[in-house]
Design a binder for this molecule. Sequence first.
Ligand code: GLP
Length: 240
Amino acid sequence: MEVVIRSAAAELGAVAADSIEHLVRTHDAPVLGLATGSSPLPVYAELVRRHRAGLTFAHVRTFSLDEYVGLPLGHPESYREVVRRELTAQLDILDENVHGPDGASDDVAGAGARYDAAIEAAGGVDLQILGIGSDGHLAFNEPGSSLVSRTRVKTLTQQTREDNARFFDSVDDVPHHVLTQGLGTVLEARHLVLLAAGEAKAEAVAAMVEGPLSSFCPASVVQLHPHVTVLLDDAAASRL
Ligand code: GLP
């Protein structure tokens, strides 16, 4: 595991964007794994800046980590819309190449296996961007999630619903259920790039990097991966 510490979150975005730019320039059909939340936003801002300076994403396919269950199509806080707004609508990626778990499906129980099959059919994820929850969750794999899990429906903890309430009118509007890539699914990506900034993440980061491998810190599963880059600001690194 490579841990990179910088004083400003914007610098972390540039480090991640360098890896993504290399992938995009050297692969014919690169597959990029996208995450939501505030942590990846400096990366997305940097990718948009590089696109405006001439970098094309026309040959890139993306797969998102997770999605709320039950939000109507087009809901502004559905992760499909967040990804579109924050990144893909500002690049030259084709709409049909932007994928996410289908949380609005009539068959949400079957949607997980279909999503894993779609990732596999695309040849797997080359580079997966990740954040980390304040309780150590990865994607929406809450503490106690199986370390070999596949994409499936999960129930959010109250803490995660409260953490994410800032995006909704009230915590009552935050869905209880989500479709999330499993920890086993995430581990199949060829390179994991995880970003964390701020003191609120320091404890979870220390447990992920230096704690024991445990389903009670789902992010600790990255210790099993042969190619992980962890990008931290000073505050997120303060308990290492
Ligand atoms: C959500 C997402 C995670 C993300 C986490 C942290 O729960 N499902 O993928 O890592 O939020 O979000 P933030 O980066 O805003 O702290």
